[in-house]
Unconditional design. Sequence first.
Length: 242
Amino acid sequence: MSAPPAAMLELEGVSAAYGRKIRALKGVSLEAREGEAVALIGNNGAGKTTLMKVVSGLLAPEAGRVRFRGRDLAGLAPDRVVGLGLCLVPEGRRVFPRLSVLENLQMGAYARPRGADAARDLDRVLAMFPILGRRRSQPGGTLSGGEQQMLALGRALMAAPQLLMLDEPSLGLAPVVVDQIFETLELIKRGGVSILLVEQNARRALKFASRAYVLETGTIVAQGEARALLDDPAVRQAYLGL
């Protein structure tokens, strides 16, 4: 039997809080391996977005370690984290509303080394999302919700990530757009990019991912193969409405 892929992202005993009163993460440990998709599910307020902020360098943990390819990320600014190959697509898309679609995409490559072939990756992103090519001169803030999600994802891909983190990519989108987003994520995964997915649609997330973690009030309460969690009676009752 072959050994499992090496861990790319590792969280070990991570705790985080907002001020002195709101403790959002309590000793969380998880990992994302080379070339796999990992889902993180849980109810609102469970700490999923906080975890993404900690990994991205947007929030310093109180305790524990975050390592990417064996490197401790403690104290690294968010732009340095992106430069290492770890990129976040935030909840709410957060596109630059007054910049054009093209300028938004170009902003995604700001942390790449000089000489990196961003033009080639731009062509790939526009081929992946043809609507962005047709809207390339249009201000990002004038796009529909689904188009803005495509723009946010394309912007992240322009950073040439090794691990792509997505926070609620289907939130507020029509089912047909959600289908398109997940089809694109499947292509990205097949291209060798690892994915850490926070998703309100737990059923969709568990069907997409290979492994998953369940976060509840800042603590991991279940983990394992995604298909096994999809069939777990407790998970189905708590998060799938079954």
